[in-house]
Design a protein around this ligand. Structure first.
Ligand SMILES: C[S@@+](CC[C@H](N)C(=O)[O-])C[C@H]1O[C@@H](n2cnc3c(N)ncnc32)[C@H](O)[C@@H]1O
Length: 304
């Protein structure tokens, strides 16, 4: 959020200056329901209010419509009740998106993402799926935005061009090892693990640039890769892990927050507790050896 907000601010200012809109529609895709959701909305309102006050006399107050979008399981009730805290008389439309399940065909034996031993045809499957999903995402956002409208995106990416050498390979390689140890203990069926893969892909900057160019739908105003510690509570700049046990638990909780619904629906409701306890231990051991960081791509696009 800290890294992304200045880019959102620029995008809003440029739209205000270029289009002088009477109504602005803002969509927070993947809004979640925690404090960040409110922080984002209140930052956006302040930026737009700041722009309006600069051009007093030239424009009427801008009408704002904010769309909050997330998966059906997102706690929109909690979110709506907490919106009262903003005290801005905001009207909210609830339009959660469906995540369409894919056929769980046997793609990645004993692994759940790309690892060193993943065959190239499996890598190609992940890449083609990303290509398909991201192209559709761009096409749909292009239909929704006005000409000159802007979109700021933040998503997991990869620093290295080598698809086998990304931090996600390690992060989810360790999770696969925890799942394998549950198989060894007879707690998870081997076939269930063999039929499971993560619907994720961390692209490099050049892969993303190429897709935006190919689409002919957006101009790429800005793109940058930032790296943040796997431990979401670690804001330090350095490359040291101060407390690997604590960080192991934090990373495990972070990954659990992302993946629990997926894991529970595929392996059963009792598995997340066992899995993430094992994962926290494995993670602590990993962090004793090396500090790891996640790569995120931040980019700003303008509709052509
Ligand atoms: C990393 S969280 C970001 C939450 C929040 N925007 C923030 O900055 O703290 C990603 C969010 O995207 C949501 N999400 C994942 N896939 C989605 C989809 N296909 N459609 C809508 N939301 C999705 C998740 O449920 C989650 O709330």
């Amino acid at each position: 959020m800290v890294q992304t907000m200045p880019i959102v601010e620029n995008a809003i200012k440029e739209v205000c200056i270029a289009l002088v809109p009477e109504t602005m529609v803002i969509a927070d895709l993947g809004c979640s329901s925690g404090p960040n959701t409110l922080l984002f909305i209140s930052n956006v309102i302040n930026i737009i209010a700041g722009q309006c006050s600069k051009s007093i006399g030239e424009c009427d107050p801008v009408e704002l419509q904010i769309f909050l979008n997330d998966l059906p399981g997102n706690d929109f009730n909690q979110l709506f009740s907490s919106l009262e805290k903003l005290n801005q008389g905001t009207i909210v439309e609830q339009v959660p998106e469906e995540l369409h399940a894919r056929n769980g065909t046997l793609l990645n034996k004993d692994n759940i993402y790309i690892t060193k031993t993943t065959p190239s045809f499996v890598v190609k499957c992940f890449q083609e799926q990303f290509h398909k999903d991201f192209s559709l995402f761009l096409k749909l956002r292009h239909e929704e935005l006005v000409y000159g409208g802007k979109m700021v995106l933040t998503f997991v990416g990869r620093k290295d061009e080598d698809v086998y050498n990304g931090d996600m390979n390690q992060l989810y390689g360790l999770l696969a090892r925890s799942l394998q140890s549950l198989v060894a203990k007879g707690l998870v069926d081997k076939e269930r693990l063999e039929a499971f893969y993560l619907p994720l892909y961390g692209p490099s900057i050049s892969e993303v640039k190429e897709m935006v160019l190919e689409s002919h739908m957006f101009k790429l105003d800005y793109i940058k890769l930032v790296e943040l510690s796997w431990d979401p509570y670690d804001d330090t700049e350095g490359d040291d892990v101060h407390d690997s046990v604590r960080s192991g638990i934090n990373v495990s909780k972070f990954v659990r927050a992302l993946l629990e619904p997926l894991i529970a629906s595929h392996f059963g409701e009792t598995i997340p507790d066992l899995l993430f306890a094992d994962y926290a231990c494995l993670m602590s051991k990993h962090l004793e050896q090396e500090m790891s960081k996640s790569a995120f791509i931040i980019m700003s696009l303008k509709k052509l």
